[in-house]
Design a protein around this ligand. Structure first.
Ligand code: PLP
Length: 428
């Protein structure tokens, strides 16, 4: 497969943009290759600058649940564009999308729009701190909540009491306020809560972890978090930037029947345009400026183009049978890949929740960051490059989720499984 033009464009980009990309994972570094520059996309396929055609399982890292360039979304954005891209003043569309989100997501009684998932989680945490008057927050090792200072922290080990920054530039004093527990371990949560009584403002969690591969919550984990938070006056935040409108119309909280106090959203609700949102109980949300005193703002928040794309996307998701059909496709492709690995005598650990799935290159179960981080990333890199050669575009890291869209056809799925069978035989 020819990648000549992508290589040239990458060299040019590197001179102007740090690392040649505007978000690190795009750089293909962990698989030891250069990124492909994308020219266009349609439905379940993306096309690079060299004219190669790929079945896309990245879907812009989650938003493209109906596939690329859906005609309804195209039309909505085009129509909106002709009446103005941004006003910095309220528009009716913002209330329409807000009400669609409120109707869909069990925990959300009021919602505010922002422009990215990072902004949503950062703002939700400020609100939780302002509401409770507490400074500490708790997150889980391996969960990603955007790149704001307080959240760019993981534990040195599961039981570490104080966080250490993941990046230079994050002050150690900020990181100290971030406690890190182990995903799927209520014991690790209880231990930190016991050591920090009346000091923890919120627990933020991806209810289906999607940023260390796909790691489903174990039975009782989310229930346990709900109970601990209720008992301790801690605000439970589900970060559903990825899982919202993805694993079910009402997100993971609908799927598992656990209602958090606050929820963050992004990705799908913008239909591919830059968007984020955070919402929750009315008594909490009303503390937000200008209704209350906790400040948060944005020049492009509730942007007309993003609102239109979001409304059009959610309308498509409301169609009867949408999620059942997506579930069937997703099961077929995830199970097909797992079977291909088994047939090649190279068993993987396969996980899936709805249209999020992952092939972990691990012989044992993956249920948290320590077990995920043990995966054979070298073998994954071979698999990734092999799949790319076969015309299947996966995320260039073991620790990412693959996304299935409604646009994936039976032929796409068959081709993907056949490609995987070939790749596993080569690796085994
Ligand atoms: C993608 C993601 C974010 C960050 O969203 P951006 O729009 O990239 O800032 C936050 N939380 C989760 C769970 C995500 O998957």
């Amino acid at each position: 497969m020819n990648h000549e033009r992508s290589s040239v464009l990458f060299q040019q980009a590197k001179a102007a943009i740090p690392g040649g990309v505007n978000s690190p994972v795009r750089a293909f570094k962990s698989v030891g290759a250069d990124p492909l520059f994308i020219k266009k996309a349609s439905g379940s396929h993306i096309f690079d600058e060299d004219g190669n055609d790929f079945i896309d399982f990245v879907g812009s890292w989650g938003p493209m649940i109906v596939g690329h360039c859906h005609p309804d979304i195209l039309k909505a954005v085009q129509d909106t564009m002709t009446s103005g891209a941004s006003f910095g003043a309220p528009t009716e569309r913002e209330t329409i999308l807000a009400n669609m989100v409120i109707d869909a997501v069990p925990s959300i009684e009021m919602v505010r729009m922002v422009s990215s998932g990072t902004e949503a989680t950062m703002s939700a945490i400020r609100l939780a701190r302002g509401f409770t008057g507490r400074d500490k927050i708790m997150k889980f090792s391996g969960c990603y909540h955007g790149h704001s200072d307080s959240l760019l922290v993981k534990a040195g080990s599961g039981m570490a009491t104080f966080g250490v920054p993941d990046s230079p530039g994050v002050p150690a004093d900020f990181a100290k306020l971030t406690l890190t527990a182990e995903f799927n371990s209520l014991d690790s949560v209880k231990e930190l809560v016991a050591g920090n009584r009346d000091a923890i403002a919120c627990i933020i969690v991806e209810p289906v972890a999607g940023n260390m591969g796909t790691v489903p919550p174990r039975e009782g984990f989310l229930e346990g978090l709900r109970e601990i938070c209720t008992n301790e006056g801690i605000i439970l935040i589900f970060d559903e930037v990825m899982s919202g409108f993805r694993v079910a119309y009402g997100g993971a909280q609908e799927l598992f029947g656990i209602t958090p106090d606050m929820t963050t959203l992004g990705k799908i609700i913008g239909g591919g345009l830059p968007v984020g949102a955070f919402g929750g109980k009315r008594e909490i949300m009303e503390k937000l400026s200008p209704a209350g005193g906790i400040y948060q703002a944005g020049t492009l928040s509730g942007n007309p183009l993003a609102m239109s794309a979001g409304i059009a996307t959610l309308k498509l998701l409301q169609q009867p049978g949408f999620y059942a059909a997506l579930e069937a496709k997703s099961r077929a492709v995830a199970e097909g890949i797992a079977k291909a690995a088994k047939d090649a005598d190279y068993p993987i650990y396969s996980t899936r929740v709805g249209s999020m799935f992952c092939a972990f290159f691990s012989k044992s179960a993956v249920f948290d960051w320590p077990t995920s981080s043990q995966c054979d990333t070298k073998a994954f890199a071979k698999y990734f490059l092999g799949m790319l050669d076969e015309g299947v575009y996966l995320a260039p890291s073991q620790f990412e989720t693959a996304f299935v869209s409604a646009a994936h056809s039976d032929a796409d799925i068959e081709r993907t499984i056949a490609a995987a069978a070939k790749c596993f035989k080569l690796i085994a």
